[in-house]
Design a protein around this ligand. Structure first.
Ligand SMILES: C[S@@+](CC[C@H](N)C(=O)[O-])C[C@H]1O[C@@H](n2cnc3c(N)ncnc32)[C@H](O)[C@@H]1O
Length: 268
């Protein structure tokens, strides 16, 4: 098919189904172009070294190793940030099985974990087994408050709290990340407080430009120089800490490796 015929076919399809335009606008290529033009970051954020955040050893528990789990290094990062900021208050958007909040809860005074209400997920036609897994690991932890709400409409000021560590891991559409990011900046406690975004990368060496576009559009301009990806994780971070950063490309030579010891614990 010639280019002209392809263009005409696409044009007819878009006239019939205008929502198809979203697929183009939200495509990784379009978002990379946007980030490149507006923020001059064609290769994404600079990288800070995971090892700069972590003491030599970190235990991750619970870890389900199930579909969609964050990486152990993501949880290690959250734990180490809770330690280094001496966090009293932790907020996350996106509970799911409750793994992330269950990992940080022993280190923090009070945790809030917000997720779409079960009934909303039901109304959206989500699988009952998936809905049933929400809060699995966190439901009985005394210092975890679960909030069932849509982060896009929830009034966070009703919490009457500011937070030391905020983890954004809810709806990963660009527009939702923008909104979650704007809220997170309003909720930071002080200059030591940090924000972590999950799924900044599809893997640990690639960038998800639709997520990066959301982060950048949601951030105050003054915060942009303090945004980094964290190596060996799927996370981006906002921190005002002075920290060395560098550009990394896929297939970089490893500068360290990990020892992983697995304990299997059966759930009765
Ligand atoms: C990737 S999971 C969170 C995983 C969890 N942070 C962890 O690492 O263990 C994302 C969750 O965000 C929830 N979610 C999606 N859109 C949301 C919204 N608009 N408001 C609140 N929660 C949302 C989904 O129901 C899903 O459980």
């Amino acid at each position: 098919m010639s280019k002209l015929n392809k263009a005409l076919k696409a044009f007819r399809l878009i006239l019939k189904k205008p929502h198809l335009l979203n697929l183009i606008n939200e495509s990784e290529e379009a978002q990379q172009h946007y980030v490149s033009q507006k923020y001059h970051l064609p290769h994404g954020l600079k990288t800070v070294d995971f090892a700069d955040f972590i003491s030599t050893e970190e235990e991750i528990a619970p870890y389900s190793f199930l579909e969609g789990s964050s990486l152990p290094t993501d949880f290690a990062l959250l734990k180490s940030l809770c330690r280094s900021t001496q966090a009293k208050d932790y907020l996350e958007i996106g509970t799911w099985r409750g793994e992330s909040v269950a990992n940080v809860a022993p280190l923090v005074l009070q945790c809030y974990s917000l997720n779409l209400p079960d009934d909303t997920m039901r109304a959206l036609g989500m699988d009952e087994a998936y809905i049933g897994m929400h809060r699995f690991f966190s439901k009985d932890i005394p210092n975890v408050t679960h909030i069932q709400a849509d982060s896009q409409s929830f009034n966070f000021s009703t919490l009457q709290k500011k937070f030391d560590v905020i983890f954004i891991d809810g709806d990963h559409h660009t527009s939702s990340i923008i909104n979650d990011t704007k809220n997170a900046f309003r909720l930071l406690k002080d200059e030591n407080s940090v924000i972590v975004w999950h799924d900044y990368g599809l893997g640990t060496e690639t960038t998800r430009f639709n997520v990066l576009a959301g982060i950048l559009d949601g951030c105050p301009a003054s915060a942009i120089p303090h945004l980094y990806r964290v190596s060996h994780t799927l996370c981006a971070i906002y921190t005002q800490k002075e920290i060395n950063s560098r550009s990394i490309k896929p297939n970089s030579t490893p500068s360290y490796f990990f020892n992983i010891k697995l304990n299997v614990n059966r759930i009765p």
